[in-house]
Design a protein around this ligand. Sequence first.
Ligand code: GLU
Length: 288
Amino acid sequence: MHQVIGRFAPSPTGPLHVGSLVAAVASYCQAKAQGGQWLLRIEDVDQSRCHPAFASSMIETLATYGFVWDGEIVYQSQRQADYQSALDRLITTQQAYPCSCSRKEIADSSQRIGIEGAIYPGTCLHKTPNMSTPLAWRVRTPNHVIAIEDALQGKLCHHLANDIGDFVLKRADGLFTYQLAVVVDDARQQVTQVVRGADLLNSTTRQVYLQQALGYASPQYAHIPLVTNSLGQKLSKQTLAQALPLDNIVATLQASLACLQRTPPVPSQIKRPDHLLQWAIEHWQSYF
Ligand code: GLU
């Protein structure tokens, strides 16, 4: 059997909050309960939204909460060359094409709405793009259904051409997008199990398609229910989620385990976060 490799991949757009802690705990316990590795990857590919100070505070907070990651921390901001070579492969095999359309042109010309808004009508697929404007690169989405089996959410099927449309891999400003970066990194780091928040469930069929197009193996997926605030909104910087407290750490970890419902109630004599995580690993009920 292959070694299990899990990962936690936060974007440093704000401090870690309870929602991110729940994803960290779930991916950590899942990997460690199977004797696997748990990697930490800082997803700072979009430098306009990320800040190095948040990355350092996330790393410190994870260490304070008792997490121990395997190997070096990977930063997406330093991985451009690999993303470009993956894109080049898709260009060579005519699975990616340049696009000079502006947002407004797309909004004006799109005739269909997919699960994430207006579907790109494929304008630049059928004509030579305007080379005098900066070009984005899009993947040609297939005309068939991509189906995945999620350990928690069940079966998910998307017809990418109809439900999403040809999505962007590299933006006109030169930034690689999350979808391409995450696929290249999960493959490069040989991740076998992805445990993350359910807000990313709809991205998974795109990622599985890119894995297929690039000849990568697909990991197993478990999308955990999102932690929401009292208004039912996902915790995030936009919804003003509070940073994780640096006191009451054991109680906060205990609450995140309770949220996940994969362990029995935590015994009260546990006083250290690393001991609590170790106890959780020993009592963890696997997703896969
Ligand atoms: N960087 C993403 C986030 O913080 C997570 C990506 C992933 O786990 O695939 O929401």
